[in-house]
Design a protein around this ligand. Structure first.
Ligand code: SUG
Length: 416
């Protein structure tokens, strides 16, 4: 059994648009009503996946969900007088942010030695609450091998669960047992706290985690109020490194101490607010980076190009590289279409530590499959969606056709 980290990126769906549906997500609110470019967005996502494969990392994919979601619209008795936000919700391509698809506990951490996945209920935002049934179907297919995986339904509603975006794992190496850190919000000031403490606790119990190897940590309400609607906007972990903003957690020192006590190999790389303010960290998405260990062994931070546009962030990264910390390289990627909806490189991927041979190969990527995906996107994905196009029946039909073309290219028609 060779356990490794596999990043499952969401393919950006053909209905990608900016409807401003997420209160507390500043980028999405700022870009509400802008024209979107689904074809460019999907190509940017595939280019990011390719870049990671070129580093020698295993790459997986998750498919866009059926949109517009007719089942949802029907349940909401939607007609022409329906609130435009509900119609836009049914068109949302938000499942591209697979960090919110599920919480994943790798096999070395669990009682039964299987990798456990709990699909996220995403109940805090109406447009995201419709995702889980179709996401669950997909996870059950990709991780159908029940000798190695246990896929769970969602935590019951009221207890908001946003999946891996509020979950970090610290370990000496991916295949070793790890410390799982669940970050919940109690208050977000003017904005909602999306991850409920009880949801995190339910997930940890369902996954059969050893209570000595779990921490529940409160996200700093000031971070939520500043626009960090998920913890992965202000912190990210990879193997023994926690890369975090100084103001990410309510109890900063207590959190670091508890992490070091339970995972002695842990190292904290903290960015002080004096160097990069919370606002600048959220604007640039410095922490919504992919922190990865390629086979070369030197840790790399994959940041959005907005980090290069920010002087304080870019200066901080140069100083970091000049020092002798554990993060040795920085790679810049262009995911601007997703970023404009508040989704950086880390939002676009779900990390699973597993043996790739135990996963349905249709969900694993290689470069010829990436070529084929690019062709489908170029041929079928709409070039542009203007706000007034949302709800248009001809466009709806072409979005459905585009998704079907991708499903048949990837031999996944059972997701139709
Ligand atoms: O839930 N944006 C997503 C972004 C999710 C980012 N994920 C992580 N941080 N892991 C959200 O707020 C915008 C859709 C719109 O407004 O049309 C949106 O859903």
């Amino acid at each position: 059994m060779s356990l490794m980290e596999i990043n499952f990126d969401g393919i950006v769906g053909p209905s990608h648009n900016y409807a401003g549906l997420s209160l507390g997500n500043l980028a999405a609110t700022r870009n509400a009503g802008a024209a979107s470019y689904p074809r460019a967005a999907a190509l940017q996502g595939i280019a990011k996946m390719r870049g990671n494969m070129e580093m020698g990392l295993e790459q997986g994919i998750l498919l866009p969900l059926p949109r517009p979601n007719e089942v949802w619209l029907e349940a909401l008795v939607a007609d022409e007088d329906t609130d435009p936000a509900i119609v836009a919700g049914a068109w949302s391509a938000s499942s591209m942010w697979t960090a919110n698809a599920a919480t994943v506990s790798p096999a070395p951490d669990t009682e039964d030695g299987k990798c456990h996945l709990t699909v996220a209920n995403l109940v805090s935002m109406p447009h995201r609450s419709q995702e889980w049934p179709d996401t669950l179907k997909q996870l059950q297919l990709a991780f159908a091998n029940s000798a190695h995986f246990a896929v769970h339904g969602p935590v019951p509603p009221t207890f908001g669960d946003e999946g891996a975006a509020n979950h970090m794992r610290l370990t000496s190496a991916h295949g070793d047992p790890g410390l799982e850190v669940f970050v919940y919000g109690r208050s977000g000031g003017r904005f909602p706290a999306r991850q409920h403490e009880q949801a995190s606790r339910i997930v940890a119990r369902k996954h059969g985690l050893d209570p000595d190897c779990v921490l529940f940590v409160e996200q700093n309400p000031d971070a939520i109020a500043a626009g960090a609607f998920h913890n992965d906007v202000v912190a990210v972990a990879n193997e023994s490194v926690l890369f975090t903003h100084e103001l990410a957690f309510t109890n900063r020192e207590g959190t670091y101490e508890a992490i070091r006590a339970k995972c002695p190999s842990a190292q904290v790389v903290e960015v002080p607010a004096a160097s990069v303010s919370l606002e600048e960290a959220i604007r640039s998405y410095l922490f919504n980076a992919q922190l990865v260990t390629p086979p070369s062994g030197e840790m790399r931070l994959v940041v959005p190009s907005e980090c290069r546009d920010s002087m304080p962030v870019w200066n901080w990264l140069q100083d970091m590289l000049a020092g002798n910390g554990p993060i040795r390289h920085v790679k810049v990627v262009d995911v601007r279409q997703s970023m404009a909806n508040g989704g950086g490189p880390a939002c676009l991927r779900l990390r699973v530590v597993a043996d790739p041979t135990t996963i349905d190969p249709r969900f694993l990527l290689n470069s010829s499959k990436a070529d084929a995906m690019e062709q489908v996107v170029t041929q079928y994905w709409p070039e542009q969606i203007d706000p007034g196009d949302i709800g248009d029946t001809t466009l709806a039909e072409s979005i459905r056709t585009a998704r079907s073309a991708m499903l048949s290219e990837l031999a996944l028609s059972e997701l139709a």
